[in-house]
Design a protein around this ligand. Structure first.
Ligand code: DQA
Length: 146
């Protein structure tokens, strides 16, 4: 069975009430529930985490590697723009990773348009709201289905 880990960084626990004009009104729990349904339709085993702490995200990436996960979907939140530790964890473990964002980071403040993580990912999906997570899951399903 294909196993995918979904990681969410800082402040994503506040979705639903956090700047709804930018991030929408869905909560992280809403996104999780929908993704779990989609994963089960693909027969993918999925787990879903959120942390406000950079080191926790690094630990979850290491753990996914040691446990033999097939892929990671990551919305690093603001870590996107400066976390060399998360970038290095992805390149050190070489797990197939897709970076996702709810908002279009290229259409906002200038500091958001640079991701230090995207260069070590398969790709980046942004600006499509929570469909980014579904699109990333679809791509990983396509890559790993036998
Ligand atoms: C975000 C975009 C980031 O710039 C921001 O810091 C977030 C959310 C998004 O999903 O659009 O926390 O990753």
């Amino acid at each position: 069975m294909i196993r995918i880990r979904v990681l969410n960084g800082s402040n994503l626990n506040l979705l639903g009430t956090r700047e709804p004009g930018v991030y929408g009104t869905q909560t992280l729990q809403d996104i999780k529930s929908r993704l779990e349904e989609e994963a089960s339709a693909y027969s993918i085993e999925l787990d879903f985490y959120q942390s406000n702490h950079e080191g926790d995200i690094v630990d979850r990436i290491h753990e996914a590697y040691h446990k033999g996960y097939n892929g990671i979907i990551i919305n690093p939140g603001a870590f996107t723009h400066y976390s060399y530790a998360i970038r290095d964890a992805i390149s050190a473990t070489n797990i197939s990773t897709i970076e996702v964002h709810l908002s279009n980071i290229h259409a906002r403040e200038e500091f958001r348009s640079r991701s230090v993580i995207a260069p070590v990912c398969m790709g980046q999906i942004c600006g499509l709201g929570s469909d980014a997570y579904s699109a990333a899951l679809f791509v990983l399903h396509r890559r790993f289905q036998s």
